[in-house]
Design a protein. Structure first.
Length: 211
């Protein structure tokens, strides 16, 4: 599973509030542009609605992109997603692993080196290091950890790092140079009028850097 994830460059996170054309259109465009991993993230919708949306998104992603569910293990189980992404205050890693099984991805949000160490020790497939820069896509966002934190974490752990929070085309190269394996721009993608080409541009930038 880990080797498969190491080939990921652009990481898509859905947000129905920021979306201009709806999450289904966003994900279709992302996959057509070359995105290989999608995280379904919703916070305030009824469970039944989330299950139906997750089912549709899974079909869109089928065999083209890894499909993860944010936080909600019950929904991940209901739709048989490829895995989950959990935060520091969510269900314990050991419990999540028992519930979803060894053949599923588990990613974890971390904010500092100590949390990154612990996540690697748990055995997560990747970490989402956040927030790198100022962001307003999360109401409870912490103070940005900055490029320096990517450098520090990269020196001390081996698992893939996804950089999250305030990522855009102006700073993405700095993020990659610091050691991030993948980036998850949210607002800069979902607020634009042409998601397909915007993601294509990000993937090209990442591809050039990784050559």
């Amino acid at each position: 599973m880990l080797n498969k994830f190491e080939n990921i460059d652009f990481y898509m996170i859905t947000d129905s509030i920021l979306s201009k054309n709806g999450i289904f259109s966003d994900v279709k465009n992302a996959i057509q542009a070359g995105c290989k991993i999608v995280q379904y993230r919703e916070k305030n919708k009824p469970t039944r609605v989330m299950v139906e949306e997750a089912k549709k998104l899974k079909k869109i992603c089928d065999k083209k992109a890894i499909f993860l569910i944010n936080d909600r293990i019950d929904i991940a189980l209901a739709v048989d997603s490829d895995g989950v992404h959990i935060g520091q205050d969510d269900m314990a890693f050991e419990t999540v692993k028992k519930l979803i099984g060894n053949d599923k991805f588990i990613g974890m949000t971390v904010h500092n080196l100590e949390e990154a160490y612990q996540a690697e020790k748990y055995g997560v497939d990747y970490i989402g290091l956040a927030p790198i820069f100022e962001t307003d896509t999360k109401e409870d966002a912490l103070k940005p950890c900055g490029i320096e934190m990517i450098l520090n974490v990269r020196k001390n752990i081996k698992i893939p790092i996804v950089a999250v929070g305030g990522i855009n085309k102006k700073n993405v190269k700095d993020v990659l140079i610091a050691g991030a394996d993948s980036v998850a721009p949210i607002k800069s993608i979902l607020s634009c009028n042409d998601i397909y080409n915007e993601i294509k541009n990000f993937i090209n930038i990442i591809g050039e850097w990784k050559k």
